[in-house]
Design a protein around this ligand. Structure first.
Ligand SMILES: [Zn+2]
Ligand SMILES: [Zn+2]
Length: 113
């Protein structure tokens, strides 16, 4: 009969009865010592450990950020280059004979008989 129900005390407060148990470390805590995180009631130490762990995994995604930025920069540069080229072509078509094309055009010999 005795020993079946153990009234656990809070890990932090010896004078308080444990209201729930931390699923991560299995220690009993009172309501004030646990914080709800992702639907679970975790103690402060486990919460900080888990949040630190998630922060570490967030740091791993930080390694991917330069690659994403590079891709975005390439895409942006391509779009800018493309639109600039389109604008230049449109300008050239509007001006009729673009000056740039004259330099790059076929050479006409000056002293031709
Ligand atoms: Zn815990
Ligand atoms: Zn407590």
């Amino acid at each position: 009969m005795t020993g079946a129900v153990v009234h656990q005390r809070c890990w932090n407060h010896a004078d308080r009865e444990a209201a729930c148990r931390c699923p991560a470390c299995g220690r009993g805590f009172c309501r004030e010592c646990v914080t709800e995180h992702a639907g679970r009631l975790l103690c402060a130490s486990c919460l900080s450990r888990i949040t630190l762990g998630s922060r570490a995994s967030a740091g791993a995604s930080r390694f991917l950020r330069p690659a994403v930025l590079a891709c975005a920069g390439l895409a942006l540069g391509w779009v800018l280059f493309f639109t600039a080229g389109e604008a230049l072509i449109a300008l050239g078509e509007r001006a009729g004979a673009p000056q740039g094309a004259a330099h790059a055009g076929p050479k006409v010999p000056r002293n031709h008989p």
